[in-house]
Design a protein around this ligand. Structure first.
Ligand SMILES: [Zn+2]
Ligand SMILES: [Zn+2]
Length: 263
């Protein structure tokens, strides 16, 4: 059994056919999919479709890209208490400048960084309170992402379990992530990214989760809509890199996902 631990069947690209896509993926062996929210609206949608489909589970959270938007902790907490919710996220830090954004100023100002850290911190605390794992998004902010985690967890020594999804960064950052007990999420960009290949090679198999970030990050790099079925490509790449049987990669990564998300 494959598990896609991070996809966005709740996003606009799947409005018309999320159910058909989910059914098709189940038939292809992707028996469970975690649908991840990026703001309150898409988090509510993730919960809604997870309730309608037995193979779907939900993550609820506010992505750092939406730091300038609404953040309502009460609403998020309410959503998080639904029984199909298996994680808080995606949340974290993102210092990449996106040109296509609905917010008026795409620049990463010091104020925006502070706001990102604030809402990330609130979600770390929520994960700890509700005893849910965290789905952490980090883009171009690795060390500071760890700083925020340390800030909110060092005092009581309690880091919530979680995953650094769509892994990127240096080998040194990877070692810090692993030493705090986190998993890493590997996507189909492993096909063409030597950085991801290096990180997936270095990480032990019992810390790796398969994911797709569908509709994004397809293996073809052509902008075509990605689907959760791409976890198969990710598993194959990892088995080749680590020189392990593909069946072992599939079974171990599914066990990892079930251990972390209890799905
Ligand atoms: Zn992300
Ligand atoms: Zn995502």
């Amino acid at each position: 059994m494959y598990i896609d631990t991070h996809c966005h069947l709740n996003f606009g690209a799947f409005t018309e056919d999320w159910k058909e896509v989910a059914d098709h993926c189940v038939k292809a062996g992707v028996e469970k999919m975690i649908v991840v929210g990026a703001d309150l609206e898409t988090s509510a949608k993730a919960v809604e479709i997870a309730q309608k489909h037995p193979a779907l589970f939900a993550g609820v959270g506010v992505h750092p890209h939406h730091a300038p938007g609404e953040f309502d902790l009460k609403k998020l907490k309410l959503l998080a208490q639904n029984k199909k919710v298996v994680a808080i996220g995606e949340c974290g830090l993102d210092y990449h400048v996106y040109k296509n954004t609905k917010y008026p100023n795409p620049a990463i100002t010091p104020e925006l960084k502070t706001q990102q850290k604030k809402i990330f911190g609130l979600q770390i605390q929520l994960a700890k309170e509700l005893k849910l794992p965290l789905i952490i998004h980090n883009r171009e902010a690795g060390e500071e992402t760890l700083d925020v985690l340390n800030h909110f967890c060092k005092d009581d020594g309690q880091y919530p379990p979680g995953v650094f999804h769509c892994i990127s960064g240096s080998k040194k950052l990877l070692q810090k992530i692993l030493s705090l007990g986190f998993f890493i999420g590997v996507d189909a960009n492993i096909v063409y990214s030597s950085e991801v290949q290096t990180l997936a090679s270095d990480a032990p198999l019992d810390r790796i989760l398969l994911e797709t970030d569908a509709p994004y990050l397809g293996p073809g790099r052509d902008g075509a809509r990605n689907t959760p079925k791409s976890v198969k490509i990710v598993a194959r790449q990892i088995s080749q890199l680590k020189n392990l049987p593909e069946t072992e990669v599939i079974a171990q990564t599914a066990a990892n996902a079930q251990k972390l998300f209890k799905c």
